[in-house]
Design a protein around this ligand. Structure first.
Ligand SMILES: [Zn+2]
Length: 352
């Protein structure tokens, strides 16, 4: 049987990003695509009494582990399986450091890690999740577009680290992407209120695989077209500047929407109120002026004369005629506005 496309493309992708091959352990690579892991196989497994969701659709590129460490702590049997969605830059840095580093840690290159912009301040934890679906959310796992040198086909590739984690080190908490409020169940197997794990015990999370979700890219796929905005130049990745740990916070779109709504709604309300009052006053003034003018001007039409200055019914001819014409023009304008409004209302009713 020919090699799985996911494995081939994943390998090409890792070569393109100069993945540290010294840490690779190809014998433990495993593909969970539909061909390699057929639908009749199980979706979950119990590992150390926790539900481990099989990463269907993903391909693992195994990372070598510290045998002594794993044997000493009985990691394969006693520690839980979890995921950490990230970027390829951060994944590479994590593998090179052998840890998911915490905010405030200093990398081996001397860079002090900070909480990423837009994330919750003060959350100095390493975050993981037992759900591949949660780890794969765009907010955590970056998406890359990659053109295969083999067939020039373009693929989208997502990145998640596969880890083992010491059970008594984790704090379990609900998802932080606003799914509960919106009534969305993120994972079929893990409830929303148990989707996030966090810990400050750095060495209780150990990486054993890089998972890639490789999909053929189709221009008309709308979900991918959104992610197209997130294209990274995988040929020029700066690993030195990578922030290693991700600290989740409400998704940026939600925060932005809330801020926009809050800050603008007050302005709109105040501005709208003021302009509404001014408009009302202007309309009343205009109507009052029109009615008063009409009472003065129209009845005088039959009595007015333009020659006898000292008579009470004298008016300068041009002035009277202009005022008369102006009043007529204003009534015509009101009639036109009412007609147009009626036509628009009828059109609105007809068009539903
Ligand atoms: Zn496969």
């Amino acid at each position: 049987m020919a090699e799985c496309e996911h494995l081939r493309v994943g390998r090409e992708f890792l070569e393109s990003v100069s993945w540290p091959f010294a840490f690779r352990q190809e014998a433990h690579d495993r593909c969970y695509c539909e061909r390699c892991y057929p639908p009749h196989l199980r979706d979950t497994m119990d590992v150390a009494n926790y539900t481990y969701v099989i990463p269907r659709g993903w391909t693992r590129f195994a990372i070598s582990v510290d045998e002594g460490f794993f044997n000493h702590h009985d990691v394969w049997d006693k520690w839980l399986n979890c995921y950490h969605g990230t970027s390829i830059e951060n994944a590479k840095s994590c593998v090179e450091h052998r840890h998911l580093l915490l905010p405030n840690d200093t990398t081996m290159h001397g860079k002090k890690l900070e909480i990423r912009e837009g994330h919750i301040k003060g959350e100095h934890y390493v975050f993981t999740t037992p759900s591949i679906t949660y780890a794969a959310l765009d907010y955590y796992a970056h998406t890359y577009h990659f053109q295969s040198p083999y067939n020039s086909q373009i693929y989208t590739i997502k990145v998640v680290l596969q880890c083992k984690q010491k059970p008594d080190s984790i704090i379990v908490q609900p998802e932080t992407v606003d799914a509960r409020r919106q009534g969305i169940k993120i994972c079929r197997y893990i409830p929303n209120d148990k989707l996030e794990w966090k810990t400050q015990h750095r060495s209780t999370v150990t990486i054993y695989g890089l998972l890639l979700e490789v999909k053929q890219y189709h221009v008309h796929n709308h979900s991918n077209s959104f992610q197209y905005q997130q294209i990274r130049n995988t040929q020029n990745v700066s690993y030195e500047s990578a922030t290693i740990s991700q600290t989740p916070s409400p998704p940026p779109f939600k925060t932005k929407l809330l801020i926009t709504f809050k800050s603008c709604s007050d302005d709109i309300f105040i501005g709208g109120g003021i302009s509404g009052c001014v408009s009302c006053l202007l309309v009343f003034f205009f109507l009052g002026w029109l009615i008063t003018g009409s009472i003065w001007v129209f009845p005088a039409k039959s009595k007015v004369q333009y020659n006898q200055y000292n008579e009470t019914n004298y008016c300068q001819e041009n002035l009277y005629k202009f005022t008369f014409g102006l009043l007529l023009a204003q009534y015509s304008l009101i009639g036109l506005v009412i007609c147009c409004g009626g036509i628009l209302a009828l059109l609105g009713l007809c068009l539903g």
